[in-house]
Design a protein around this ligand. Sequence first.
Ligand SMILES: Cc1ncc(COP(=O)(O)O)c(C=O)c1O
Length: 422
Amino acid sequence: MTTETRPVVVAPSAALDPAALKADFPILDQEVFGHPLVYLDSAATSQKPLPVLAAMDEYYRRDNANVHRGIYQLSERATAAYEGAREKVARLIGAPDPRTIIWTRNATEAINLVAYSWGRRNINRGDVIVLTEMEHHANLVPWQILAQEKDADLEFIPITDDGVLRQDVFDVLLRLKPKLVAFTHVSNTLGTINPVVEMTRKAHEAGALVLVDGAQAVPHLPVDIAEIGCDFYAFSGHKALGPTGSGVLWGRRELLEAMPPFMGGGDMIREVHLRRSEWNELPWKFEAGTPDISAQIGLGAAADYLLGIGMDNVRAHEQELVAYALETLPREVPGIELYGPSADQRGGVVPFNLPGIHPHDVAQVLDRFGIAVRAGHHCTMPLHERLDLAATARASFQVYTTLEDIDALAAGLKEVQTLFAG
Ligand SMILES: Cc1ncc(COP(=O)(O)O)c(C=O)c1O
């Protein structure tokens, strides 16, 4: 396979040098089937930089002990690192109070926490919850379970053909006086960046609470909880350069205070008697049992790493990559179908299809050239139904993605076409 010389359509962003950053990600320095690895599946999970690996390694080598329990050096150091990570993550998302950062395993668990704890107490028969057609199953199925249990109604904001939410229909749905509006900040399949500040404002004016699924936003753009003004914000650490097993629910303090615990057990209690218990204060009320200590410490290191690069720079870099991909792929790969909005309205995600070739075949052939992309429904089956697509292939980006990676994708896709034409 050859990578053709590319015409420079976008000047490389001065503030971020992805080729230099790549050196921080040891996993990227390998060959797959004799080709240098081109990792284009960061929306599924990102790779982890050295400082994240080092923070976790140090915890296990030096500080490993349970948190909040032992009155001895190791436990105190482990607790300091674990709680220190909470402060770092609070800084990353502009949360003024670290005690409103609840550690979860991932975004899915964070959303389920709200559905089970807040939802079961506040959603009743006939209440309306507004979602969107572009939600990841993680921000759909928990509400389906709740709605079935409570006989509540789910309504959906539709999308336009290029994957933008229909704000005019949202305005109409708000007249139903929903109790909750829950939507993704950035679509994991189309990359659409939703107008989260404006949607939150409108939902609040209609009397609804707002949950934002930030799984694809926190890793890719500046997120300021205070500016968004929402009530709950959920994301996964493993997509934001952190480890698997790390995740966050941020919630408004007074809501979290009023919510019952999600799970019972150790650490989430202040007092336990045989027939009753009193809950611990925030955030521990929602953190039953021994947590994934090293994962959250790793996420703290990831937050520092991203803040060190600067989230404005991350966003500028990914916008440049998307603009380049949207320009290059149709030119180099005749007939390719691209989905989603323009580069200025989307995060680092490019879904596509080669007509007549199943995306699984596309991904499998690309793998033989060392190129990793995702193929399938990306946990957005209703969105694929709406777009009348059985599946798509998806390239997605991170700070370490280069324009050359996109050239390699284009060259790989030409190879796929040649193979299936013959
Ligand atoms: C927008 C969005 N929400 C939620 C999730 C669920 O993330 P996790 O599987 O880490 O809980 C994902 C994962 O792809 C996602 O992209």
